[in-house]
Design a protein around this ligand. Structure first.
Ligand code: DC
Length: 220
């Protein structure tokens, strides 16, 4: 069993780069952001006040998350419902950043993430995989890009999906999320000392995938 931890800020292309790299390597790709998004989606759907510990605890007690892997794609099943196409909106993104600051939520997802890594050769992406979830991962990569480049990519993605949005508002949100993600007390976003930093600002998709695979293959 070989574990690869890939961390980095939102919009560095982590998800698509990891999906493709895992596919070429024959690894299972686990996108842990989707787990935080699922909790966020559930709090929105149930109108849960996330600042109220008891309400949040009750919600988590009623929450069953399962992960399905089909055709190299991960699906999140929340209490029996496939919610994959519901967790990518801006509303859920912002809420996911909020819920991910809460220790109870991080603890709730920790075991699930570790179990998923035991299923076989795994490439897991998130924010704290190399530092907290899989500190003994065989390879740790920190995938990043400049905020402007990340905003540009995210903006184009949202446009393609038909969302009406302005570049500056995407950039503002990215800067706000970066700040929240890297300044929270628990599991802040930061490269672990033993991670290889890959900056994709000047790399296209194919170059980024090749770089990641090259780093992994060196250790395989
Ligand atoms: O990678 P993403 O944009 O789908 O992540 C959604 C949110 O979840 C983001 O604000 C950071 C948080 N997150 C986290 O705190 N830890 C992880 N391992 C993955 C995501």
């Amino acid at each position: 069993m070989f574990n690869v931890a890939i961390d980095g800020p939102s919009g560095a292309g982590k998800s698509s780069i990891c999906t493709e790299a895992a596919k070429r390597l024959g690894f299972v790709h686990v996108d842990t952001g989707a787990l935080y998004r699922s909790i966020a989606y559930s709090t929105i759907k149930n109108g849960t006040n996330i600042d109220d510990e008891i309400s949040l605890r009750n919600l988590l007690n009623m929450t069953k998350i399962e992960i399905l892997f089909e055709n190299d794609t991960q699906s999140v099943i929340l209490n029996g419902e496939n919610i994959n196409d519901k967790i990518r909106s801006e509303e859920v993104s912002l809420k996911a950043s909020d819920v991910s600051k809460i220790p109870m939520v991080r603890e709730f997802l920790l075991d699930l993430q570790r179990q998923l890594a035991r299923n076989g050769n795994t490439l897991m992406d998130g924010r704290d995989i190399g530092t907290v979830v899989l500190p003994d991962a065989d390879v740790k990569i920190f995938l990043t890009a400049s905020p402007e480049k990340r905003a540009e990519r995210r903006y184009l993605q949202l446009l393609a999906k038909g969302e009406k949005i302005e570049y500056n508002s995407v950039l503002d949100k990215i800067i706000k999320r970066d700040y929240q993600d890297s300044h929270r007390e628990i599991a802040p976003l930061k490269p672990s000392e033993d991670s290889v930093i890959v900056d994709t600002s000047e790399l296209d998709f194919e170059e980024s995938v090749k770089k990641v695979i090259e780093i992994i293959e060196e250790k395989l």
